[in-house]
Design a protein around this ligand. Structure first.
Ligand code: FPP
Length: 238
């Protein structure tokens, strides 16, 4: 209910702890991922109420392919089903969905669903939900650098025009402002290759809660804490 003018406009979340949540209940890891997927909806719905205009969530990293084949296959199926089941509600609730990450290695059937959801929700503007899928910060900067190198080699771009803004425009996140706040659940204090370039001045919150237990109320509390802090971006206090 308290929309704060100083609250974070862009929140990015590393949704960690699904596996442990399931193991604690004697259930397979995928059970935790399904519970985690249900939380996403609750958090997205909370955003407009607390003034969060951009929400970016880490669904699958470039490193997650190292998990067992059955967990990877289960997650990919979950993403497909999530898109098919949630499209209608996302559209109706004013959510614009976009994906970041490398689509080349993803199943074409999943990529088609991702493209369709992006197009379907492209006129929405209430909340911008960005889902990082096969995403890694280093991989993203590498791909952007490769594109820049091609543009320079073909004479489209002069090497002297390559500055930080030019690089940012070549990142997957070119349509996003930088995150103000990055939250990681499950007690791990690592950034795990998430939004490396974009988070240069972000605040971080590492919380103990496992992702399937992360409620909208906790999300609101953390966002309110952010609003109370002074961010200086390297400058001296006023
Ligand atoms: C980390 O928990 C979670 C993931 C690798 C997957 C995140 C996916 C979801 C929350 C599911 C749904 C998302 C969408 C967009 C539908 P972990 O498995 O690393 O947990 P652990 O550290 O306890 O093992």
């Amino acid at each position: 209910m308290h929309q704060s003018p100083d609250g974070p406009r862009h929140v990015a979340i590393i949704m960690d702890g699904n596996g442990r949540w399931a193991t604690m209940r004697g259930r397979p890891r995928l059970f935790g991922h399904h519970a985690g997927a249900r939380r996403v909806k609750e958090i997205v719905r909370k955003c407009p109420e607390i003034g969060v205009k951009y929400l970016t969530i880490f669904a699958f990293s470039t490193e997650n392919w190292k998990r067992t084949q059955s967990e990877v296959a289960g997650l990919m199926k979950l993403f497909r089903r999530y898109i098919m089941r949630e499209s209608r509600d996302l559209l109706a609730e004013g959510v614009r969905v976009r994906f970041i990450g490398d689509r080349i290695q993803l199943d074409p059937k999943l990529v088609k669903l991702m493209d369709e959801l992006e197009l379907l929700t492209s006129d929405n503007d209430k909340v911008n939900l960005t889902i990082a899928l096969n995403y890694g910060g280093r991989d993203e900067v590498t791909r952007a650098t490769r594109r820049l190198a091609h543009e320079v080699a073909s004479g489209k771009l002069s090497p002297d025009d390559v500055d930080s803004e030019c690089l940012a425009r070549h990142l997957d996140t070119c349509f996003l402002p930088d995150p103000d706040l990055v939250i990681r659940t499950s007690g791990e204090a690592r950034i795990s290759n998430f939004l490396l370039w974009q988070s240069a001045y972000a605040e971080y919150e590492f919380v103990e809660t496992l992702w399937p237990d992360f409620t909208a109320a906790e999300f609101e509390r953390i966002s309110a804490r952010f609003g109370a802090r002074e961010r200086r971006f390297g400058a001296v206090p006023k």
